[in-house]
Design a protein around this ligand. Structure first.
Ligand SMILES: Nc1ncnc2c1ncn2[C@@H]1O[C@H](COP(=O)(O)OP(=O)(O)OP(=O)(O)O)[C@@H](O)[C@H]1O
Length: 655
């Protein structure tokens, strides 16, 4: 096939521009990204060769090789891993197939300072493109294992790239960087310097499980470099290597961090492992170590990220917990090890007694894996619990980023429901700034209060303005404000917390705690009212029978004349919408209109109805009353035009 020229996809071009114009100050990380890709390619080849006996590939000495060339000012990072086909090169390297890229890019452009920009880039993980921070031309030569022809890709990062077929490419991938001139002020170092390369690999890639080797330089240059590096300390330089044939040097220790005890490993080393696994450029919030000895031995290192990825709610692009067997990488995103609601947890689990050939299906059924998963979940939950008291700020960050996801566990993991409830915190009517845990809520409950009150809704403002809250506010009863979509769902699965029933203030009869103890007098008064309003309520029920199933009096209102509530056990409109968005239709159920018998509008309506039940304007008032109750809670009207017409007529008459 002849040389073809391609344009970069728009997003790729924008991202490249940012790389070329150095949006990220720490440029050393390009090497980490290339080594990380190379290590992934080696993992993939090893697994492929285990699965497919007929694969024509040499897996005898899998490694990464770094080749600096001072004269030519190039740096090559080579691996003998899985490689890429021509189509894959175009697909994987020329485009950015990730969702949310466009949004991220526009936020990046708006980012005011460098650290915000770096943070944003971290969410994305620019991978291969980071090469353009240090190189003005990048060439990639690759041959996919099992294929005979190779591919050369080349680009200066501006505009487009070329792709051509090459005959003699070795299996795997070589990335050749033509380095930009050194510019220490811009943190652009001499990346052909073996000393610099050693430092970067040690810092960022020491734990990589494949050897990362550096090809020896011309002896004179290397000796001079060593002398230069050692000189300031006044130490003696290394023996000049002129006499012996130069051997490649392995730069990384390849030590599995999870197998080492915590006091031997620095936080920085843990963080680099996290970055390698997660492709996140930000340090994690927590590092969790776990080991089991005995019949089923395993070691695990888990991380809680400091930030939710942009695709937390999409199925694509997940990189969760990796499974290793006896230090050998087996698979990414091992879903058998962590439940869906902890999908943001990253890390490594290394098991001793599994087959290297183990498949996802087998893992799902394996009893030992189930046990391991149970322990991992408990450990993550208990770590978060500990953060709540010992590292409050970390907990706050964690909850802000992942709370919405964790709450899915209340539905999906009944065994751990209590433990999950204990690490939840919620907004509440009591304090705008601080969240409250259920334990804290219970602790500060008013005397006589038996229930944990909550209201679900779209936003804090909508809930605060909703009529349902009025009497609770007036009585000083705290109400939890639940605004995540998942809140609509889990509340149905959690009847109580530590013996206290959870109760929606917008569903079922209003029963404000403290009221049950009311005296005989109040009860008699209620009864009298019921009788007084009986006719009006029956008439309204009939007049609005298409919309509501019942009209009744309530004590939950102090300011508004009316509100609409969902019957206990019925589906709320918000839940209905949620299911509809997922393509599921739940049966419609009518709601209940509640009236405030103290309100002037309601008492006047009663009198007007008693005086002349046939008066036509009464029906319109009923419609307006119901419509405004819907508007007050933020709901949509079935026929807004009719509502506006009736209202305007009234306004006109009133003038
Ligand atoms: N050395 C390599 N060998 C084989 N395939 C590679 C190599 N380098 C990159 N690729 C392929 O190109 C894809 C894109 O690489 P890139 O570094 O841009 O992103 P990534 O590693 O997938 O993710 P991230 O952007 O989070 O780092 C990789 O997912 C991989 O499929």
């Amino acid at each position: 096939m002849p040389t073809e020229t391609f344009e970069f996809q728009v997003e790729a071009r924008q991202l490249l521009q940012m790389m070329i114009h150095s949006i990220y100050s720490n440029k050393d990380v390009f090497l980490r990204e290339l080594i990380s890709n190379a290590s992934d390619a080696l993992d993939k080849l090893r697994i492929e060769s285990l699965r497919d006996d007929s694969l024509d590939a040499d897996v005898s000495d899998l490694h990464v090789e770094i080749e600096p060339d001072r004269e030519a000012r190039t740096l090559t990072v080579r691996d003998n891993g899985i490689g890429m086909s021509r189509e894959e090169v175009v697909e994987l390297i020329g485009t950015i197939a990730k969702s949310g890229t466009a949004e991220l890019l526009s936020r990046l452009r708006e980012a005011k300072d460098e650290s915000t920009a770096e943070g944003l880039i971290g969410q994305f993980g620019v991978g291969f493109y980071s090469s353009f921070m240090v190189a003005d031309e990048v060439t990639l030569v690759t041959r996919k294992a099992g294929e005979s022809e190779g591919t050369r890709w080349s680009s200066t990062g501006e505009g487009g790239y070329t792709v051509e077929t090459v005959e003699d490419a070795p299996q795997g991938t070589a990335v050749i960087l033509r380095l930009k001139p050194e510019d220490a002020e811009d943190q652009l170092f001499d990346y052909t310097s073996p000393w610099k390369i050693r430092e970067i690999v040690k810092r960022y890639s020491d734990f990589i499980t494949w050897p990362v080797r550096m090809a020896p330089e011309a002896p004179a240059a290397e000796a001079a470099e060593d002398a230069e590096a050692a000189a300031p300390e006044g130490e003696e330089g290394e023996e000049p290597a002129a006499s012996a044939p130069p051997e490649p040097e392995t730069l990384n220790s390849m030590k599995a961090l999870w197998a080492r005890s915590r006091d031997e490993v620095s936080d920085e080393e843990y963080h680099e492992l996290y970055k390698h696994i997660s492709h996140d450029w930000t340090d994690p919030l927590e590092t969790i170590q776990l080991r089991a000895e005995g019949t089923f031995e395993y070691q695990s290192l888990l991380f809680l990220p400091a930030r939710a990825p942009h695709d937390l709610f999409s199925q694509a692009n997940r990189r969760g917990v990796q499974l290793y067997v006896k230090r050998v990488f087996i698979m990414d995103d091992c879903e058998a090890l962590v439940p869906e609601y902890l999908r943001f947890v990253k890390g490594v689990v290394d098991a001793q007694d599994l087959s290297l050939n183990v498949s996802r299906e087998i893992l799902q059924q394996d009893r030992q894996i189930q046990l391991m998963r149970r322990r991992l979940v408990k450990k993550v939950l208990s770590t978060v619990k500990e953060m709540m008291t010992k590292r409050e700020e970390n907990y706050a960050t964690f909850w802000r980023e992942f709370g919405r996801v964790v709450k899915e566990g209340l539905l999906n993991d009944p065994d751990n429901k209590d433990a999950i409830l204990k690490i939840c915190s919620f907004a509440s009517t009591r304090d705008k700034e601080r969240l409250v845990t259920l334990a804290q809520y219970v602790e500060r409950m008013k005397e006589g209060q038996k229930h944990i009150y909550y209201m679900t809704g779209e936003s804090r403002t909508a809930i605060e303005n909703s009529p349902h809250l009025e009497a609770f506010e007036a009585k000083g009863l705290e109400v939890l404000i639940l605004t995540d979509p998942v809140d609509e769902v889990w509340v149905g699965a959690v009847p109580e917390f530590e013996g206290k029933e959870l109760r929606s203030i917008a569903q079922g009869e209003a029963e404000l705690d403290g009221e049950e103890e009311e005296g005989e007098e109040a009860k008699a008064e209620k009864e009298r009212r019921r009788e007084e309003f009986a006719e009006l309520l029956t008439w309204l029920g009939e007049r609005l029978s298409d919309e509501v199933k019942e009209v009744r009096l309530t004590s939950r209102l102090t300011v508004s004349p009316a509100c609409v509530v969902t019957d206990a056990g019925d589906v709320t409109p918000a839940l209905q919408n949620l299911y509809r968005a997922m393509g599921q239709e739940l049966p419609e159920s009518k709601r209940i209109l509640e009236l405030n018998p103290e309100h002037a509008l309601v008492t006047a309506l009663r009198k007007a109805h008693a005086a002349d039940p046939a008066e036509p304007a009464l029906g319109e008032t009923a419609e307006l009353l119901y419509g405004s109750a819907l508007l007050a809670e933020g709901s949509q009207l079935a026929d807004p035009a009719r509502f506006a017409k009736l209202l305007n007529e009234r306004l006109e008459r009133g003038l």
